[in-house]
Unconditional design. Structure first.
Length: 599
């Protein structure tokens, strides 16, 4: 929620999702559920739900017009003001399900004080059990929602409320995995998001002013200001939350407390439908929840957990769009998710048939093949990992020269680039680039000489790439620390580029995301980039794969000055240039592992 400018895209997708009735970018026919005849729904605003500590949350209740018997109920628990989901309330109530939009504690018209990620487990439990006792509810309660409202489904389920029948978490972040940092590298977006959820009222204009935030982030980077002061001038008292977060720079017990424990996952026995996208900013979190559950849950519970990975961005996990980041997908990508939710709820709460779309436990969309495929497990999506060895070329730092990715082990001299964090000229290029595009190459060309690029030969046949890339690279640096940004692209025959997947690493966390270790040698060490995002796409014959390894020095990320000190508190005065050497000789084989899909 990184190198593909995830944060600005998340800004846009959240803005659109929340304030344009969850419409995906570029959507035309898929702008959310079709309008509902108001005569089909009864609405009650301002319903108070008491929590165990006496705080009252406010809900808007949508019930089927003329409802004569109790029915299964659905609710969403949101920090984005309950009215944002009016269309969903109308939709589900018109189709027979009472639906509640509930403001989380301290937001909208709910009482209390909002503390992100802290209160949703207990409050979610209390809402479930209160709702089960209402006269319009038959005792079966489900949850709906994505992003934060996907996270709080997992949080509530971890408490095992007796009347919770099913959850459908979409784009659910996992604290410490993809929000508020990824691989222990914070986002500047964190400040922007905290401004959105600051206080009870909606901060829509402030949050949605993309130009203001880009300018703010750029000025701070160019001035060399400390990252932990990023929110001081705009957040007021809420800046204390940001400072608290950055005071915990890596995974530890502080972050663990926000997520279900292994024991809690093992005791969840609900049917679950997890939804994410190849370009969903919270895909790492959604898949972490999925994997933790599949690792720890009982066999019968695992058999009722289904996973859908579409070609979507963050907003598309609720309202798919055929156009995302400059890419266009086929009609099959426009899965009718509201209808699928109806079918899922009917199956899990009303003994209806299993949704026909869920043919096997894992459904994933293959871009360019423009069709859905199925597997029995997430691992089963990939048939083999094809090895490509990094090798020097004409000039590995130049996109027009580049090194190569070869099927045979390499034996050349190392490649290198030098990065000086005092040089901020690329901030202007990034500022002017399209942060939402998966096809833009401006930054790659502007960074010539300050990155390493490797290409395969043109592929001799169409090849489905499905699953997770991995890069094992032997790297030496002459500083205690630095941040690296790794991306894989499809380079088309006509020179176009399509971003496939990303990973990033702070060198001090090369061995463990929980235990920092400064680099104390100039000898090469092995860096395993094994947190790439999932992708499924057919790479066309005569296209090539492109691997880019670059310094992570972005207006959208916490800046590392390479000194090995406390990154969040360092300023320009701590800056230290670093030379990054990448080895690929007989003793140090650097390899990109490419996930090839099932035949």
């Amino acid at each position: 929620m990184t190198s593909k400018r995830k944060i600005s895209r998340l800004l846009l997708s959240l803005t659109v999702m929340i304030y344009a009735v969850l419409a995906g970018r570029g959507a035309t026919a898929a702008d959310g559920p079709a309008p509902i005849d108001p005569a089909q729904v009864d609405l009650r605003w301002g319903v108070k739900i008491p929590m165990r500590d006496g705080v009252q949350l406010q809900a808007t209740v949508y019930t089927p017009k003329g409802q004569t018997a109790p029915a299964p109920c659905i609710f969403t628990l949101t920090p984005y003001i309950a009215q944002s989901y009016h269309d969903r309330g109308m939709y589900f109530a018109a189709h027979g399900y009472p639906f509640l939009t509930v403001d989380v504690r301290g937001r909208g018209n709910s009482e209390g004080h909002f503390r992100p990620l802290i209160q949703e487990a207990d409050d979610g439990y209390d809402v479930v059990e209160w709702l089960a006792r209402q006269p319009y509810c038959n005792g079966k309660v489900a949850m709906w929602g994505g992003s934060y409202a996907g996270y709080d489904q997992w949080a509530a389920a971890s408490q095992r409320p007796p009347h919770l029948a099913t959850i459908v978490p979409a784009a659910a972040p996992y604290a410490g995995v993809d929000f508020p940092f990824r691989n222990n590298i914070f986002y500047t977006y964190d400040v922007q998001w905290l401004a959105l959820v600051n206080g009870h009222a909606g901060q829509t204009s402030l949050f949605g002013d993309d130009l203001f935030w880009k300018s703010h982030f750029r000025r701070r980077l160019e001035a060399g200001a400390a990252f932990d002061s990023l929110g001081d001038s705009v957040l007021g008292e809420t800046a204390t939350i940001f400072k608290e977060w950055v005071a915990h720079p890596h995974l530890d017990e502080y972050w663990d407390r926000f997520n279900p424990t292994s024991e809690q996952y093992s005791r969840i026995s609900l049917p679950i439908l997890t939804i994410t996208g190849s370009y969903d900013d919270d895909q790492p979190g959604a898949l972490r929840h999925y994997r933790e559950f599949m690792q720890h849950a009982a066999p019968d519970a695992k058999a009722r957990h289904y996973l859908i990975i579409g070609p979507w961005d963050h907003a598309g996990t609720r309202t798919p769009s055929a156009q995302v980041g400059g890419l266009t997908f086929g009609p099959a990508s426009l899965l009718d998710l509201p209808k699928l939710h109806l079918e899922w709820y009917a199956w899990t709460m009303q003994v209806g048939p299993k949704p026909a779309f869920l043919q096997r436990p894992v459904a994933y969309y293959v871009m360019q093949a423009e069709r859905w495929r199925y597997a029995d497990s997430l691992e089963g999506v990939t048939a083999q990992k094809r090895s490509y060895y990094l090798e020097s070329g004409t000039n590995a730092t130049d996109v027009l020269g580049s090194g190569s990715l070869q099927p045979a082990p390499a034996k050349g001299a190392p490649d290198h680039f030098t990065h000086d964090p005092r040089d901020t000229h690329l901030a202007a290029v990034e500022y002017d680039s399209d942060p939402q595009s998966f096809t833009d190459q401006h930054l790659i060309y502007a960074r010539r000489g300050e990155q390493l690029i490797y290409h395969t030969a043109p592929l001799d046949r169409d090849t489905e790439v499905s699953g997770f890339f991995k890069l094992s690279a032997w790297i030496a640096i002459d500083a205690p620390d630095t941040d690296l940004d790794v991306r894989v692209y499809e380079l088309t025959e006509d020179g176009g580029s399509v971003l496939l997947s990303t990973d990033l690493m702070r060198a001090r966390y090369r061995d463990s995301l929980r235990e920092p270790r400064a680099v104390q040698t100039k000898a090469p060490l092995r860096y395993d980039f094994d947190h790439f995002t999932f992708v499924s796409r057919v790479i066309r014959k005569n296209s090539r794969l492109r691997l880019v390894i670059a310094p992570l020095d972005s207006i959208y990320n916490e800046k590392n000055y390479n000194s090995g000190g406390v990154v969040a508190t360092e300023t320009l005065q701590a800056a230290r240039p670093v030379t990054v050497m990448l080895y690929h000789d007989r003793a140090h084989q650097s390899v990109l592992f490419v996930p090839v899909g099932q035949p």
